[in-house]
Design a binder for this molecule. Structure first.
Ligand SMILES: [Cu+2]
Length: 185
């Protein structure tokens, strides 16, 4: 009688112990943190344009895979084309068009890029700049003749690097998606 009783207690307890062990294992093996939807990627670095026809943050550094987002706060459109400064040839790394906006309450056009490999990624806006020959086949961006109203050559460089010191040198405005005092065209 006593033996039969203890057997039935054991039979009832064993599944409960097995379940407890399984639950413990599942909890231990589960990932420590799961990224919330929409927050899986690294924080972008922003490059802004307005009516001065310049890329305000003309040199920025990012980690491999970290996005650069171009934000057009100008009333007019701009383009972002990548080029090889040693040959003057357009490359396939970047080919962006960002439309103008009516202002802070209008639609803001953006163009996002990210690169897996470290390196220098040069770009310019062919609407407002030209690639000028420097030495053999090499080029530098220059002001597009006949386009007035701004002094610069509307070009920039993205440095893709694992060097945190370089990334820390990005200008403060590159951390903000919209520069509220920067609209104009
Ligand atoms: Cu432009």
């Amino acid at each position: 009688m006593a033996k039969a009783e203890s057997s039935s207690i054991l039979a009832a307890v064993t599944p409960a112990i097995v379940i407890a062990i399984l639950v413990t294992l599942v909890v231990r093996l589960a990932p420590k943190s799961i990224a919330a939807p929409g927050q899986a990627g690294p924080t972008p670095v922003y490059v802004h344009m307005d009516g001065a026809n310049a890329f305000v943050e003309s040199v920025v550094a990012v980690k491999p895979g970290q996005p650069v987002v171009f934000v057009n706060e100008d009333t007019g459109m701009h383009m972002i084309d990548s080029y090889n400064p040693l040959t003057g040839k357009i490359t396939s790394d970047m080919a962006g068009v960002v439309q103008g906006t009516t202002g802070p309450t209008g639609t803001i056009s953006t163009y996002k890029v990210a690169f897996k490999l470290p390196g220098f990624y040069y770009y310019y806006c062919p609407v407002h700049a030209v690639l000028s020959k420097i030495y053999h086949g090499s080029v530098q961006p220059a002001h597009r003749p006949g386009v007035h109203g701004f002094p610069g050559s509307m070009a920039g460089l993205i440095v893709v690097t694992t060097d945190k010191a370089l990334i820390a040198e990005n200008p403060p405005s590159s951390h903000k998606r919209i520069l509220s005092d920067y609209f104009g065209g």
